[in-house]
Design a protein around this ligand. Sequence first.
Ligand code: KIV
Ligand code: ZN
Length: 521
Amino acid sequence: MTKQEQDRVLIFDTTLRDGEQSPGATMTHAEKLEIASLLDDMGVDIIEAGFPIASEGDFAAVSEIAKQTQNAVICGLARAQFGDIDRCWEAVKHAKRPRIHTFIGTSPLHRAIPNLDMDQMAERIHETVTHARNLCDNVQWSPMDATRTELDYLYRVVEIAIKAGATTINIPDTVGYTAPRESADLIRKLIENVPGADEVIFATHCHNDLGMATANSLAAVEAGARQIECTINGLGERAGNTALEEVVMALKVRNDIMPYRTGIDSTKIMNISRRVSAVSGFLVQPNKAIVGKNAFAHESGIHQDGMLKNAETFEIMRPEDVGLTETNIVMGKHSGRAALRSKLEDLGFTLGDNQLKDVFVRFKELADRKKEIYEDDLIALMRTTTDPEEDRIKLVSMHVVCGTEGPNQARMTLEVEGKEHKTEQTGDGPVDAAFNCVKAIVPHNARLQLYQVHAVTEGTDAQATVSVRMEEDGRIVTGQSADTDTVVASVRAYIHALNRLLVRRAKGGTDKREVSYKDVG
Ligand code: KIV
Ligand code: ZN
């Protein structure tokens, strides 16, 4: 390796595979394509686009992402089975730079599931990596639960995988059990003791159960790993995966003590963070490093005086380094269309003329109700822009009576495929009464999996953003909306989800996964 290559750490993003497997984080096909394109655009080296054998939907998403991606390597996950590997190859082979990622659980607990002894598992690894390598010249192999695998056995199976042709060896801390010193020791020992280790790239894949995923990943890099596996916002099962934004910014800000570089354009971080949060329905905690709402709060908060004198007083990185622009009041009633377009461009949204027209109308409506419009209000507006295909049901009007006395009642008129329908219903609270109205007009058996309300800004006139997730016959849809009236936002989000469900029903197919990566088989 040249000096330059030694310094380069590859960023492997698994938001669309490990992140999306997080219960409830399901994204639609179009959302997955959008996120993949943002990942490619920000300079991610490898995108793990999904688990093709898991479902028709996963297969279609990985294939489509493979076709559309310009720069990044496109990787699919496969268990240590020929059928999985073939299916994975069928999906990724369309990519300019395809990769097959195959894995098996090697720790005692994981070996017990397929009931393989050490020799049988070693043989399985040899056969499956060889098979993958016969299909694709870029093969990644992972011993799942590596950090709880006997060290000698780990040496043995890593050597087998390298001899069978794996080009990247990923060392997963599947249950977030390791600690920084141990994470570094493991990588160092593997590099020192496994024959052929110098011919492959070692990767680190950490889960955050003990809150150490970022520290463990960086420690692994210092010990010689040159690929970090991570997700946007740290999305992932349980406590999530290593957060991309954290490792990228740590390597950038502390380059003095960690002299490694990535290919990531860090100014794209905020935009993709917001998009992943919006499409997954997983809000980012306010005090989350790098992308939390308060991460740069001194911009307008108590540290302002020090900040004005010398920004470095409280700042180790600049907000603009992560793509954050001015956080103060940005627009008002008198702002024009050009100003709106330019502000939205700053926030990472490029709009066509028709889309701008629609957003501008809604911006004006909002400005009539709310004196000060903040960036977060604009982002919420963008979140609620719907696809014209998804407007078979429209809210015409609604009126809700609520309070401590009497039943909560809602009156509503909906337009369904051009025809108006009216109803009046009661419920346990105003939202329940309003949802009952929608259900009375558009009967369905979908189960409400999530109903989440979030205030966009401070103040009692703040907009509420509402996310609704529904499931019907294995199809999962989410709807979103924002309004200064929480009940209106709730009903719009519910209708948005229902419209999406109607589209999904018409198209057929389900989101049900036939297998999960936990089915070692
Ligand atoms: O955490 C893990 O072990 C994984 C593997 C499938 C690589 O995600
Ligand atoms: Zn994982």
